[in-house]
Design a protein around this ligand. Structure first.
Ligand SMILES: Cc1ncc(COP(=O)(O)O)c(C=O)c1O
Length: 395
């Protein structure tokens, strides 16, 4: 019903993943394969294409009227997929998640305040904290049985009077960790003890593989709802990253008011028409597409993990319960990070996200985006196999 094998030419279409590759990676080979930025090389759900086609056919693209249907679609989606009951009054649309994080920081903290991040963590967390002149407090994740866990005892010892906010990524990027309820509850209790605002970025919450289950932070720890802001979007789930619409959800009226004041102060309470139409259509019509996508991604994950571990003996992919971003540690390959990076970049002509981008703990890792049609994935795997051939022979 949905042809995820179809290769769509994205070069020359303002696709950041493809068209910024040479500039950002230095790989200028015409056959380079991008496995970095987190969007997919698949067509969006047909209902999204139809909604956008209807809009362009009508050809009137004036200001968007927020009648409540967008929030309604979000609320229904969260109830259906995650059993999360939301009041529409808790929802503030933002022009994406990262911009929402910036607005939250401005609403609840001051320059010089500290923001907790759990590295290795999504690199834009670091960027938006520093751009807002706040400081990063790294709470290093620890590996246990192939997945990440938080060391909250270590974090608590390092909190100061200036620590105001925690950026929590659930599920986690990179690492694909789906947090357990008790882990979320422990973090929530820590936030309550130290009067911290907990920001739960759940943009990857729909990209969960069979056997795992996402628990929204609001569901796991309703007792700290007053200090919680949850960020969600349709853009990652349905491959609409360029639509740039997200939402912040806050049950605490005073907290939401502070956030809405920032949104108003930046003139962001008038929404991008195309983004709103595309994301509402996705929530309303995209479920069958997502249900077909997830097993396709799971098969890509299994293929990628098996082949990268065979190509580079000693390489180890982290157990991935969510996201389409394979997180691979090359520390036991006997090769230096520089050598590994050069094999991937120069020999395989693949742009993967460098581990250090994700902060402390990422030095020997690379992140590979495998959300691409199988023919492209197979080509990438064949090249990786070749890129490590001599290293295999030497072992
Ligand atoms: C954890 C996380 N948050 C936010 C984003 C980006 O959100 P947006 O494009 O809406 O700013 C990403 C994209 O990869 C992500 O992985």
């Amino acid at each position: 019903m949905f042809d995820f094998d179809r290769v769509i030419e994205r070069r020359g279409t303002h696709a950041s993943k493809w068209d910024m590759m040479a500039q950002l990676s230095g790989i200028d080979a015409p056959d380079a394969i991008p496995m970095w930025v987190a969007d997919m090389d698949f067509a969006a759900p047909p209902g999204v294409t139809e909604a956008l086609a209807a809009e362009t056919k009508r050809a009137t693209h004036g200001y968007y009227a927020n009648t409540g249907s967008w929030t309604g679609a979000l609320v229904e989606w969260m109830a259906r997929r995650h059993g999360l009951k939301l009041d529409p009054n808790w929802v503030s649309p933002t022009p994406g998640i990262v911009s929402g994080l910036g607005l939250v920081l401005q609403a609840v903290s001051a320059p010089g305040d500290e923001v907790v991040v759990f590295p290795p963590a999504y690199h834009a967390f670091r960027r938006i904290i520093l751009a807002n002149e706040r400081r990063i407090l790294d709470a290093q994740l620890v590996e246990a049985n192939g997945r990440y866990v938080m060391d909250l005892d270590a974090l608590e010892k390092r909190l100061t009077a200036r620590t105001k906010v925690v950026f929590f990524c659930a599920p986690h990027n990179p690492g694909g960790t789906v947090w357990r309820s008790e882990e979320i509850r422990a973090l929530a209790a820590c936030c309550a003890r130290h009067d911290l605002i907990l920001v739960s970025d759940e943009i990857h919450c729909d990209l969960i593989f069979a056997g795992a289950r996402h628990t929204p932070t609001l569901t796991a720890a309703p007792e700290i709802a007053d200090r919680l802001i949850t960020c969600v979007a349709a853009t990652k789930t349905f491959n609409l990253a360029g639509a740039h619409v997200g939402a912040c959800i806050a049950t605490n009226r005073a907290l939401k008011q502070r956030l809405d004041q920032r949104i108003a102060a930046c003139g962001l309470a008038s929404y991008n028409r195309f983004g709103m139409i595309a994301t509402e259509a996705a929530w309303r019509t995209g479920e069958a597409w997502l249900d077909a996508l997830l097993p396709y991604l799971a098969a890509n994950r299994d293929l990628f993990h098996a082949r990268i571990e065979a190509a580079a003996p000693g390489a180890r992919a982290m157990q991935l319960d969510a996201t389409y971003l394979a997180w691979v540690n090359f520390s036991d390959t006997g090769l230096s990070p520089k050598d590994v990076a050069s094999r991937v970049k120069d020999r395989a002509r693949i742009f993967a996200s460098p581990g250090p981008q994700f902060g402390p703990g990422g030095d020997t890792w690379l992140r590979f985006n495998f959300a691409t049609p199988r023919p492209i994935l197979m080509e990438a795997l064949a090249r990786l196999d070749e890129a490590f051939q001599d290293a295999r022979a030497k072992r």
